[in-house]
Structures are given as structure tokens and as C-alpha cells.
Design a protein around this ligand. Structure first.
Ligand code: THU
Length: 133
């Protein structure tokens, strides 16, 4: 694994341990490498009022924005499943907002990265800020 991929993997694994998911028991960790080469992370945070739950990717993106970074170079999402899990539809849209044509998503389980795919291929035919011009 390259150094940046290893850093993303390690960070996602660490933050995933902090997931607050007593209802689904499905822990998710996400880590971002920004275009400025900064790292951010987030985990899913659930709530007794289920619709208030937030996703790991969503929380990692919020932290990136709070630190004045706006472009995702790479995002890694980690779940403890055999193949890893792709970001949900809503999170694909959230990632797209802060992506360019080269933004890469790594899907990982707790052992390894199982798939690497560009966000433009994960969310084709998308609606984006370009549509509002
Ligand atoms: N979840 C994420 O954190 N990211 C996704 O992309 C999909 C789902 C969380 C939300 C909820 O806490 C749990 O996984 C089960 O859906």
C-alpha cells in the first residue's frame, strides 16, 4: 500500500472504533485525504430517533469543511464486512460536492482495501453544482 493509502486505512480503522452505533451495531469509519494533503476522519453517530443518524463520510466531510479544506483527493470508507461497503447514495452526493474528476474512493474492510473507484463512476449521471450554473 502507498503511504497515503496506509494512512487513510489506519485512520479509518481508529475512528471506526469510536462509532456510536448501538442500534444497527454497524460501525463505519471514514478518512479523507484533501487536495492540501491534510487528513480528516469521521464515524457514524446514531440516535434513538433513527432518522437523525449521521454517516461516517458525512462527519468526515464536515470536519474537512470546518478546517477550510474543500477538495477531497481520496476518501476511504471502512466496515467490518467481507467485501467492504460502498458509500450510501446520500453520501455519494455529499462526496461529489467536494470532489473533482480525479477524486478516488477506497472501499475497505478491517483487513484490506477491496475496491478503489472514482466518485464519478460511483455516482454517474449526477446532479451537481455544475447544473446550477
Ligand atoms: N452508514 C454510514 O456511516 N455510511 C454509509 O455510507 C452507509 C451507512 C451508517 C449509518 C448507520 O449508522 C449504519 O451505517 C447502518 O446503516
Amino acid at each position: 500500500m502507498t503511504n497515503s493509502k496506509q494512512q487513510l486505512f489506519n485512520l479509518a480503522k481508529l475512528v471506526r472504533d469510536n462509532s456510536y452505533s448501538p442500534y444497527s451495531k454497524f460501525k463505519v469509519g471514514a478518512a479523507i485525504l484533501s487536495s492540501n494533503n491534510n487528513l480528516y476522519s469521521g464515524c457514524n453517530v446514531e440516535n434513538a430517533s433513527y432518522s437523525v443518524c449521521t454517516c461516517a463520510e458525512e462527519n468526515a466531510i464536515s470536519t474537512m469543511i470546518a478546517n477550510s479544506d474543500t477538495l477531497i483527493k481520496e476518501l476511504l470508507v471502512m466496515t467490518d464486512t467481507s467485501t467492504g461497503s460502498a458509500p450510501c447514495g446520500a453520501c455519494r452526493q455529499r462526496i461529489l460536492e467536494f470532489a473533482d474528476n480525479n477524486t478516488i474512493i477506497h472501499i475497505a474492510n478491517t483487513k484490506e482495501i477491496t475496491k478503489t473507484i472514482k466518485i464519478k463512476d460511483l455516482l454517474p449521471h449526477s446532479f451537481s453544482k455544475d447544473d446550477l450554473k
